[in-house]
Write a protein that binds this ligand. Sequence first.
Ligand code: HSE
Length: 438
Amino acid sequence: MKEINIGMLGCGTVGTGVAKILIKNKDLISSRVGASLNLKSVADIDIASDRGLQFDKGVMTTDSDKVVTDPDIDIILEMIGGETIAKDLILKAIENGKHVVTANKALLANQGNEIFKAAEIKGVDLAFEASVGGCMPIIKSLRESLVGNKIKSMIGILNGTCNYILSKITDDGSTFKEALAEAQAKGYAEADSTLDVEGYDAAHKLALLISLAYGMEIDLSNIYVEGISSITPMDIEYAGQFGYRIKLLAISKNRGDTVEARVHPTMIPFDNILSNVNGSLNAINVSADAVGDILLYGRGAGMMPTASSVVSDTVDIARNILSGSARRIPLLSFQMENIRKIPVMPVDEIFTHYYIRFSALDKPGVLSRISGILGKNEISIKSVQQKGRKTNGSVPLVMLTHRAKEADVSKALSEINSLDVASDRPVLIRIEDENGQD
Ligand code: HSE
């Protein structure tokens, strides 16, 4: 049987999972592919730790350069993460004619244009399913299954750590700190967990998805990003009273010449299927002109689910090698010459519904002053709730708005913030509610 040799760089959480699948399911995979996928070399700075795996003698090495230049290796799996060594090794592998599989969303979101171009010039495959949504085949769906569709919107829960934290606070009354520590212990969080909690990890993923969906150069810089670190139990409780759950959503909408792309905590109604995606699970709803809506749901983080996607990419590439059809599927879904710069819509220009919580003095005339400013800025109030809970002499005054323009809302909030009756800065959480069109 023909052998396809694989070199892996990095044997941490995901790398170990990949090795487990390639070793334990070797016969199953061979019987599906018609070739033996042979994990020839695994490079890591730590070759001593017990990973619960029996590598053949000589497989583990500390010499990653030797792996990416080994003439017998066909496919390199980059499982190191980070943007320096990983980038150098990927480029070196490409230069040496290797096909590459990576799960490195931060690298691709920040420096992907250069890397994809290098792969294109060299004529090699570069696959990255595991970089978005763990085991969910969203990249394959966009590149292949939905190829005949115009993508209208993609709305997803793409960060397992944030979803885990928000679920734990909402359902179990955990503190933010406790929930984050658990997510870290379970191996969901990035090495630098601010990438998760401040929304950047989800933004990296969204940058890749909009590139695939709309044929745009990868451009992270204009995606609006807000994380979950300032979400309070009080707002989660109010959300529940209004019939919403708070999720960190990655949202993109096709707006013709521009694309709406943003990541922020969002209130979604209980009857929105995404509101029932909890724990470390991810999901993404893609709305497209021919299919209508499709939903992918699954484990977005963790060793084996992420490794499953890496192996799937590896098998795709192995099949391309066997049939002599490298790059049969364009790396970024569109032919490289058709990939354009498409602007992301500034967040000030979006229209959506808002939850706003003011901390205001509980005295006559306060509500009318606040609603007066909102009205003057074209913001129509849908409902108001005030509970007599006094904190520092202030009460929480919560409003939901009808659809309004973000720029108008920002302007109104700064005017309200300067009133002598407002104490803390108002809290603003956007609402995604397809039933509340007005
Ligand atoms: N830190 C990421 C998450 C891992 O929590 O979703 C998967 O990309």
